[in-house]
Design a protein around this ligand. Sequence first.
Ligand code: GDP
Length: 140
Amino acid sequence: MTIENTLSIIKPDATRRNLTGSINAKFEQAGLNIIAQKRLQLTKDMAQKFYEIHKDRPFFNDLVDFMISGPVVTQVLRGENAVKVNREVMGATNPKDAEKGTIRKEFAESIEANSVHGSDSLENAKCEISFFFAEIELIY
Ligand code: GDP
């Protein structure tokens, strides 16, 4: 049994439509515990740093503008195989390809405005969690 922490971000398209609670219910139904959570307005500098890995992709500037277009909710999810379980609950990047019952299938507006971010590996999860949270903010 591997208990992991992973970073999740509820994106501006979802906070705008008041979907924070509906999305959190999906995480909790999947057995993930929300052990830290905060609502933030990202600055351009923060969004560019967070998505630095995508800086050479054609959609980078649009993605940064989207991520600062409204509040986000950053959160740490904890549970057995949390990184993988969260990616399953999120669904595919493009909501058209996402499985029934996933967050992106039910709530995403487009490949860009796809409602949630989730770390894609344990290594990235550690790095992304420390981007937004201090160790003492993770309560479990
Ligand atoms: P994720 O791990 O499933 O979030 O996907 P990626 O790491 O590949 O992409 C990061 C984010 O960039 C996605 O969640 C989308 O918000 C956005 N994105 C990915 N691909 C595209 C694209 O082709 N066009 C646009 N406009 N945005 C994209």
